[in-house]
Design a protein around this ligand. Sequence first.
Ligand code: ADP
Ligand code: ZN
Length: 704
Amino acid sequence: MITSQILHTTLKENFGFEKFRSNQEEIINTILNGNDTLAIMPTGGGKSICFQLPALLFPGITIVISPLIALMKDQVDSLKANGIAACFINSTQTETEQQQHIENLKNNKVKLVYIAPESLSYLDNAFSVLTISLIAIDEAHCISSWGHDFRPAYTNLGYLKNRFPSTPILALTATADKATRQDISNQLNLRKPTVFISSFDRKNLSLEVRPALDRVKQIIDFIESKPNDSGIIYCLSRKTTEDLAEKLSKIGINAKAYHAGLDSELRSKTQDEFINDQCQVICATIAFGMGIDKSNVRWVIHYNLPKNIEGYYQEIGRAGRDGLASETILFESYGDLIQLQKFASQGQNAEIQLAKLERMKQYTDALSCRRKILLSYFSEIVTENCGNCDICKNPPAFFDGTIIAQKALSAIIRLQESEPLAVIVDFLRGSKNAYIYEKEYQNLKTYGVGIETSWHDWNQYLIQLINLGYCEIAFHQQNKIKLTPLARKVLFENEKVQLNTVQKANTSKTETKETKTKVVANSLFESLRKLRYEIAKEEDVPAYVIFSDAALRQMEINRPMSEEELIAIDGVGKAKLEKYGDAFIKTIIAFQKDKKVKSKKESSTYKETLALYQEGFSTEEIAAKRKLGLSTIMSHLAKLYSDGTSIDLHQFISKEEVNLIAAARLKLEKPAALKPYFDYFEEKIGYEKIRIGLAIIEKEEANT
Ligand code: ADP
Ligand code: ZN
């Protein structure tokens, strides 16, 4: 009987984690009881533990079917870093290597073997002599032609259940829709599988949508505010990925392009550099990411509007797998929407694709909590607002936009519903461009009635009116804007229209001073990161395989200086403690010492000043002896006084001056710096006196 206690001990010792995440323990128990299981968990939800942990408790081996070779290698590296014997078998290996791995499996020297469905035949001969305790099928949605990422080789996996009827199968996926789910279960011949559906909520991901104006500049500002953080920028076209990477590189950002058109060597090199923290930013098409387990992707940007919510959610899900706060930004543009609508209507399943795009648009247009909308898409009902999306942080303000709506809708009528959005805006603004003159629109009534509103704002208002259903875009007729029956109510029945205040282009809705985090170059986290990078390079594994960012953050906070303290950190298991414990503890101790030396140095300089002062030297004499400025000596005395040393500061300043400084302090609302005082007194009271005066005043205040 395997108790919860045993599961927790196994989790801590082998993987370093204290607690299971949602559904992990339940899934493991079901498997250990021999049942087929279907686990649906979002990206970053923690699927791997669900088969890696039972693999350690079962007598035989666990086969993990996984679609991507790169991913297998990283998972095997991670397992090895945790001291767990694992291997993968694929077509890139020589026959001898493959045979060696199979021998190890036969001798029970390896607990987990990763293999692509295409390569399963390598194991055929060994099957009869292997004890197979568990078969895990990762990315199981690849079996279904319903979903995305369909892989023909997956459809052959159904035979596994017939061949190993008593071996439990665990199918895992992050794709939630019902059709795919049913398909997975049927095609794999799962026997009465227990289905676990985890919450798709990824609370640590912030959600933000911004207008796409000047997006390159916005992106540059964003990246420059976090120079150590890795991120992915998803673009619609291959060309955009290259252009953007070039623009970023030009100004010194370490960015590279990635798309399916690049040769495979370059692609895997770029991917490796990203995984190994050698390349900070990847500008990619959606071809990038499925093979990536990198847990410290700190942000994901969508340069273009995604095609559907499934894709979008999977892509942003690549940020923050380690559970630390991570940012996501989507740039919405009307142009993108039109282009995607065109693609969708020309492609297969046009109706479904258009409907999916429509949901995506509703998400970007949202005026209420975005996370609620996302989760409702995955059939999860949430009642609370999330507090971590741009709408929650900065709720939209409405105003009576009836007149604006009337102007816009009547302009559409004047133009006989035969012009696209841009022309309507030009017409409203009374633009004098060639097209307008050619069509003689300047002679129509209401030409120029909206001149007082900017182009950008009109554009936004019209999009809002479209979203509100007063008008629509005729995609099949050169995107002409047409009225809907609802428009009548506004034009002729005086219906009121509430519009949303337009966001200023080029500014983030949520960026406040506080969120612009300054990088602390000399933090312990940076020292630990450096150490991790060195070790990773030496061992030729991705940095996050050594320790996750989350583990380093915890070390920074808790400052473990012994093995007992270090093992208490989430993410530190037995094997990692043994291998890396020393190095990390040393770095932490060295950092602490360094800090102490610095503060000792500081306190010793005060002591020296104090000693001379107590010997009876004047402040001028002390300054001369110590080769320091007078104001420095005065600041030492003020500091010593504030810290409780008995020094008669009143000898350096008159009562009147103290009173003046006290009054200024109230008037200036207690500024932190001295400069405001200096300016306030028009430079008539020097810095030393201000400092001394403040020390006296603050002491008095503390004593009353
Ligand atoms: P998925 O395959 O579902 O995308 P992973 O299995 O790669 O997710 O796990 C995502 C991250 O979460 C990894 O860095 C993993 O180490 C971490 N993780 C998994 N389970 C736990 C847990 N119980 N406690 C803390 N971290 C965990
Ligand atoms: Zn929200």
